[in-house]
Design a protein around this ligand. Structure first.
Ligand SMILES: Nc1ncnc2c1ncn2[C@@H]1O[C@H](COP(=O)(O)OP(=O)(O)OP(=O)(O)O)[C@@H](O)[C@H]1O
Length: 310
């Protein structure tokens, strides 16, 4: 678990991070969101001691990180940034192996880990391992960046706008890969983003910053349903906030699993978003969809009236 306790960091006279108190539970994803300049990146850099706070404390599993050497701390944490930062003269496999090599892992263990990770992020090892970064697309480089950050099984993965530079479909595919990896590995992730959809898709918890202050935390559904103030509402879409709320809620939240009536068509997963369900209703010209819960096979029905919360 990572705990921020009244953490403050100023640059000149400006408080970039102002008395932030926040706990990120082990095995969860926390998305730091807020407008440009609200202090997201600064807060993230305080975690791996690229910066130190002027006030307050950050604890990793109860231990104040001020007492942990930055080099040791960074080996325990993956860090992914928008510009990726791959070493251009090293192959993909050498890049991914950076931290395991530093930690002195045996060669066979490193080779196995690199192949496993490339697979995990959707890059075929036999095709990509020997390539150099400039022989990859931007999206593939981002995948290598994620694989490298995960290489030594970090306790914590810090991500600063990791997918900012790729096109929207690639970005969604990277988000899906990351969510699947997180589910599998249980890594704790703190991700900085100013992309509302990314925050909703990935963030188990949102932490909303404004002028360095933490103004709201909660699940995407809770924050979108009850934004703390007008700025938060505006950040999450203003008049379009309701549409984003549909992204944050699942079909299973609104479907009726006791309805015995049979509805034809391809069932939608109970864990799909209500937005996906609405898109299907519009495309298919229907106000009812069959639903299946992939976890237990239960079937139900989603009605348009329930979807919009009537
Ligand atoms: N190294 C620095 N020197 C001086 N001021 C800085 C430095 N880093 C950040 N700041 C200032 O601190 C404030 C917060 O910046 P930060 O980069 O943390 O915001 P952010 O929310 O990540 O923004 P963005 O979404 O644009 O990346 C800004 O006013 C910024 O100008």
């Amino acid at each position: 678990m990572i705990e921020f306790e009244s953490v403050t960091r100023s640059f000149g006279g400006t408080r970039a991070v102002d008395e932030v108190t926040l706990a990120v539970e082990r095995g969860t994803i926390c998305a730091l969101v807020g407008t440009s300049g609200s202090g997201k990146s600064t807060l993230l850099r305080l975690v791996n001691r690229l910066l130190d706070p002027d006030g307050g404390r950050i604890r990793l599993d109860g231990v104040d990180i001020a007492g942990i050497a930055p080099v040791e701390l960074r080996r325990r944490m993956g860090y992914v940034i928008q510009s990726v930062g791959l070493f251009p003269h090293w192959t993909v496999e050498r890049n991914v192996a950076t931290v395991p090599l530093l930690l002195g892992w045996p060669a066979a263990r490193i080779a196995a880990r690199v192949a496993e990770l490339l697979d995990l992020v959707g890059l075929a090892p036999d095709v990509h391992a020997r390539r150099y970064p400039d022989e990859l697309s931007g999206g593939q480089q981002q995948r290598v960046g994620v694989a490298r950050a995960l290489a030594a099984d970090p306790e914590l993965l810090l991500m600063d706008e990791p997918f900012g530079a790729v096109d929207p479909p690639t970005r969604r595919s990277l988000q899906d890969s990351l969510a699947a990896i997180q589910k599998r590995t249980g890594t704790t992730i703190i991700i900085v983003t100013h992309d509302v959809e990314e925050a909703i898709r990935l963030g188990g918890t949102l932490a909303v910053l404004e002028h360095g202050r933490l103004v709201q935390t909660g699940t995407p559904a809770a924050v979108l349903a009850h934004p703390a103030n007008e700025q938060v509402a505006r950040f999450f879409g203003g008049p379009l906030l309701g549409l984003h709320l549909l992204q944050a809620l699942n079909v299973g939240n609104r479907a009726n699993f006791t309805d015995p009536s049979q509805v034809g068509g391809e069932p939608i997963d109970a864990d799909a978003s209500l937005e996906t369900a609405l898109a299907r209703m519009i495309a298919e010209g229907t106000s009812r969809l069959p639903v299946v819960n992939p976890a237990n096979g239960r079937r139900g029905v989603l009605e348009l009236a329930e979807l919009v919360g009537l």
